[in-house]
Design a protein around this ligand. Structure first.
Ligand SMILES: Cc1cc2nc3c(=O)[nH]c(=O)nc-3n(C[C@H](O)[C@H](O)[C@H](O)COP(=O)(O)O)c2cc1C
Length: 168
């Protein structure tokens, strides 16, 4: 699948088959994540989660994470503000990394969904406790992963009226 196709057809997939996702495939996604543009010299770390009990436990502090209970794996995208070279940029860099994972997952036939963590304090603390993330590191998102058990049409969010040519 080419890049434009992977971007335009990406949807949040929340239902997965029981087929496992290989380590090699997850590594492809991590490569895609770390290829994202970075304003703050790569202030990111990633936690790959595969244990069913850990994936299930996210629901205890997150009301919209049911898909993790079916996911084969998830990647937690975390930012370290102490490593960023420009203040506040960790958030932007980690968002770009998250999007790269989502697009790459779609391109290789996986289903994926952005599970929002930051800026909800209860979710940040809950994920820190669950995954042993140090207190100075801020989890931005989790991406749930699995082979898709649902199909969605491309979204039709293109709105020409939101485009301003030359000036607003
Ligand atoms: C910052 C952010 C946080 C999100 N958090 C969640 C979440 O916690 N749970 C969830 O099911 N989907 C979450 N989503 C996915 C959105 O619900 C989804 O992208 C939106 O409904 C559009 O659908 P689409 O991704 O299929 O185009 C999140 C998306 C973003 C960008």
């Amino acid at each position: 699948m080419d890049a434009i196709q992977a971007i335009l057809s990406r949807r949040s997939i929340r239902k997965y088959t029981s087929e496992p996702v290989s380590e090699e495939t997850v590594n492809e996604l991590l490569k895609a994540a770390m290829s994202a543009p970075t304003a703050a010299n790569q202030p990111w770390d990633f936690v790959v989660v595969r244990e069913r009990s850990t994936l299930n436990a996210v629901r205890q502090f997150h009301p919209h994470a049911e898909m993790l209970t079916h996911a084969a794996a998830a990647i937690a995208v975390c930012g370290d503000p102490t490593r960023e070279t420009l203040k506040g940029r960790w958030l932007l860099d980690c968002a770009a990394a998250t999007e790269n994972i989502l697009i790459a997952a779609n391109a290789i036939g996986l289903g994926a969904c952005w599970v929002g963590i930051y800026p909800v304090e209860e979710r940040i603390q809950g994920l820190r406790d669950l995954l042993g993330i140090p207190t100075h590191v801020i989890p931005l998102s989790m991406v749930s992963l699995g082979y898709p058990a649902e199909k969605k049409n491309p979204s039709s969010r293109y709105k020409p009226e939101r485009i301003h040519l030359s000036r607003w």
